[in-house]
Design a protein around this ligand. Structure first.
Ligand SMILES: *Cc1c(COP(=O)(O)O)cnc(C)c1O
Length: 387
């Protein structure tokens, strides 16, 4: 039994991140400045888009994306029921209605056939979520969007490194949104990014994210002489700080190293859990790149004497942090009360909600002490509670 608690989604922070934060503190420039610009440029170059706008969260990026593409009252936006609340809340914050679609059991990604069924004359956009880092079926989704003249904003919170048929996630739709929250693949503490090739969207996001001040307002504190700004919108306070970018710049340099490490762990789990009463993640589809953000097991409840929640307790008792991604949105009271959703509406998402558990996949896991311990614990619990 290990003594310390193995934190789920433990960020891998090195000395360069620490030094850069300290340098920012000493420089006195804590807010949005040159390091944010540098981080944006690194991200932009990685994705190969025209624009990358750093914000204080992916939620902010999703919200501003909705506003930029013109989503507002009277509109509907299709989002998966199997996602984090932020995906749907961004639509609500823009004054529109999130319309849920079910997901596929094997990939956990939004079901493109269900997207088509949910389209109405009010549908304005689709927000596909590349779940756990596995790219959605973007051929099908983009074909639907084209056919019905819909915008697409990709929620890439799990999927910085993912690719689909040789193309990077976040570059298929109108705007791609990313998260650098502490548990995500690259962290800045809190943080997000929006990428696009559309200049008008980029300008909107920039202005809306900083109080609605005219472009480049932050420059007014620089050494090029005082510049007046104009308020052109009642905007939001969504800008990223240099303190956050200081972490991101050095995290980003390790993106491939972290990815490789998570890929190894993911594959080690796949091999280690064969034959247990669980459904393992589907193999990575041909011609795609998985971002390996989550490793999720689906409990085969028909062949187990414990529930998912009892499994969570067993793991926690063994000092292993676990996650549940997710209890589908239509099972939460807010969406039920406001939009009339009820249990039974999205059978596949519900099936996953009852069975899913995510186990640690941080690049910080050591082979002997951490990975071996997690594998032993999972095997032992499932073998003990097999029917
Ligand atoms: C984490 C997450 C978000 C929100 O990201 P923040 O940066 O915390 O706002 C949105 N969508 C999904 C699918 C997420 O996992």
């Amino acid at each position: 039994m290990r003594k310390d608690f193995l934190i789920f989604g433990n960020p891998h922070i090195g000395q360069p991140e620490i030094d850069e934060v300290v340098a920012s503190l000493k420089s006195g420039w804590l807010g949005t400045g040159p390091k944010v610009k540098q981080f944006e440029e690194m991200f932009r170059a990685y994705k190969g888009t025209e624009y990358a706008l750093a914000l204080n969260s992916c939620t902010a990026a999703l919200h501003l994306s909705m506003l930029a593409i013109g989503v507002g009252p009277g509109d509907e936006v299709i989002v998966p029921a199997m996602t984090f609340a932020a995906t749907a809340n961004a639509v609500i914050h823009a004054g529109a209605v999130p319309v849920f679609a079910d997901c596929k059991r094997d990939t956990m990604n939004i079901d493109s056939q269900d997207i088509e069924r949910k389209i109405t004359p009010r549908t304005k956009a689709i927000i596909p979520v590349h779940f756990a880092g596995r790219p959605c079926d973007m051929d099908a989704i983009m074909a639907i969007a084209k056919k019905h003249n819909l915008k697409v904003v990709e929620d890439c919170a799990h999927a910085i490194e993912a690719e689909y048929h040789g193309q990077k996630t976040g570059t298929f739709g109108d705007i791609g949104c990313f998260s650098f929250y502490v548990t995500k693949n690259i962290v800045t503490g809190e943080g997000g990014m929006a990428i696009t090739n559309n200049e008008a969207y980029a300008n909107q996001i920039k202005v809306l994210g900083l109080h609605g001040l005219s472009k480049d307002a932050w420059r007014r504190f620089g050494d090029e002489g005082y510049k007046h700004y104009q308020v052109v919108f009642a905007g939001y306070k969504y800008n990223m700080m240099d303190l956050q970018a200081a972490i991101g710049i050095h995290q980003f340099k390790k993106i491939d190293e972290f990815w490789k490490r998570r890929q190894e762990i993911w594959q080690t789990y796949q091999d280690a859990f064969q034959g247990l009463p669980v459904f393992l993640p589907a193999p990575v589809e041909a011609n795609t790149r998985h971002a390996y953000h989550l490793y999720t097991l689906l409990l085969d409840l028909d062949n187990l004497t414990i529930t998912r929640d009892q499994f969570l307790d067993c793991m926690t008792k063994r000092n292993i942090g676990v996650g549940v991604h997710y209890i589908a949105l239509h099972l939460h009271p807010y969406y039920q009360q406001r939009f009339g959703y009820k249990p039974g509406d999205f059978p596949v998402s519900e099936w996953i909600s009852e069975r899913t558990v995510s186990i640690p996949l941080s690049p910080k896991l050591t082979y002997e002490d951490d990975l071996g311990y997690v594998i032993e614990a999972v095997r032992e619990i499932f073998n003990k509670h097999r029917k």
